[in-house]
Design a protein around this ligand. Structure first.
Ligand SMILES: Cc1cc2nc3c(=O)[nH]c(=O)nc-3n(C[C@H](O)[C@H](O)[C@H](O)COP(=O)(O)OP(=O)(O)OC[C@H]3O[C@@H](n4cnc5c(N)ncnc54)[C@H](O)[C@@H]3O)c2cc1C
Length: 365
């Protein structure tokens, strides 16, 4: 006989594991299953930077980050590079550089034992007479009274029941063994010739991660092109990558791209489009939306009142992310970006600064 759960959560990233933890703590009487397809061989591609907003959410949970999750080096600033104008600026940042896979495992370790955790990919989800039938890779089938899409940018739940977040990029990252001081600890790169979004390089445990968001149709070619342009800019060769990873990433462009679901079909985190389109910071919104849905579900008297309450609770977060849409439009406009970078507003002056092989702008006096 197929097992029946009150709630099936698909995806145990920051959104799904936060929801499972908070809901199970509030309501011991709810039968929850948490299904996740991630593995150590195929981790979620991520920069692994824990932004102040995400630190604040953890603080509100009373959680502290085990130092074993931290990666070397810790970062105090981002070097912003505009390859088109060859402008370089340096801005203070307060991220924690961490191991993203270990972070996800740590959040899962906090989920109470009452939640059944299954390591498998959900391959289909369908609704019939108010009951959801889920098929998992490996043949297991389950049923649930409600389903939650916490399964990221390519969410099977969102694809099965709702319109997708319209604008998506393919995010590609490569890991290199080169550990050079020539590259900053963290850089954000704009290059209009290869993408209307941005790229980044991050130093991690003696490696460099270079990654970026590119158009889906020719993403790989544009990634390679931008990598070559960056190598030329910094006067280095990254060499052969030891690892290449890719996944979709949402870039909401209008408030209607945020979709928190409907009665008995809830969306949290990136599946709901809840990610900053200016920086791709998504861990804070994922954890926060997981908590907001847990709060809504734990007191709701009916599926209808649960979704009404969840929608209401998400408004502030959606407003905040709508402002990021405006910020993205400004940052990704070559003219406006150039004006902001030239003005030096909010930038940090570096001592003993040697500009790279650019002869156009030395950003310090
Ligand atoms: C390359 C890249 C770099 C990024 N860097 C940062 C960063 O440095 N800092 C930051 O804050 N944000 C970053 N983000 C954004 C951030 O990773 C996401 O917004 C955040 O992880 C969303 O959390 P989530 O829980 O909603 O989804 P995810 O973290 O994507 O988790 C979804 C989970 O669901 C699982 N899953 C998916 N489909 C299925 C299925 N069918 N069956 C079972 N399981 C499934 C996945 O394996 C995964 O474990 C980055 C994104 C990308 C693509």
């Amino acid at each position: 006989m197929t097992e029946l759960y009150d709630i099936a959560i698909i995806g145990a990233g920051p959104a799904g594991s936060t929801l499972a933890r908070e809901l199970a703590r509030a309501r011991a009487d709810i039968k929850i299953i948490l299904i996740d397809g991630q593995s150590a061989d195929n981790p979620k591609p991520c920069g692994g930077l824990l932004a102040p907003d995400a630190q604040k959410v953890l603080a509100r949970f009373g959680l502290t980050l085990p130092t074993s999750l931290l990666d070397d080096p810790q970062i105090f600033a981002v070097e912003t590079v505009d390859l088109g104008s060859r402008l370089v600026r340096y801005y203070q940042r307060h991220y924690l550089n961490m191991d993203r896979y270990a972070f996800d495992r740590w959040l899962i370790s906090l989920v109470p034992e009452s939640v059944e955790i299954v390591n498998a990919k959900c391959i289909s989800v369908a609704e019939s007479d108010g009951i959801f039938a889920l098929k998992l890779h490996g043949g297991r089938e389950i049923e649930a009274k409600a389903v939650v899409g916490a399964d990221g940018a390519a969410s099977i739940v969102r694809r099965s029941f709702f319109a997708p977040c319209k604008k998506k990029y393919i995010a590609i990252q490569q890991h290199f063994t080169i550990d050079t001081d020539t590259l900053p600890a963290y850089s954000c790169i704009f290059d209009r010739e290869t993408s209307d979004s941005c790229s980044w390089s991050i130093r991690k445990r003696g490696r460099i991660i270079f990654g970026g968001a590119f158009g889906i149709s020719d993403g790989r070619a544009q990634f390679e092109r931008q990598k070559a342009r960056l190598e030329e800019f910094y006067g280095i060769s990254l060499g052969e990558p030891i690892r290449t990873e890719a996944c979709l990433v949402c870039s909401p462009r209008r408030p209607s791209d945020f979709n928190c679901g409907r009665e008995s079909i809830y969306l949290v985190g990136e599946a709901a489009g809840l990610i900053s389109s200016s920086s791709f910071e998504g861990i804070s919104s994922a954890m926060l939306s997981g908590k907001l849905l847990a709060d809504a579900l734990s007191v709701a008297e009916s599926p209808k009142s649960a979704i009404v309450s969840y929608h209401k609770k998400c408004r502030k977060l959606q407003l905040k992310l709508s402002i990021k849409i405006i910020k993205r439009a400004i940052l990704c406009s070559p003219l406006l970006r150039k004006l902001i970078m030239k003005s030096g507003i909010e930038s940090v002056e570096k001592y003993n600064y040697n500009p790279y092989n650019t002869n156009v702008i030395n950003t310090t006096k």
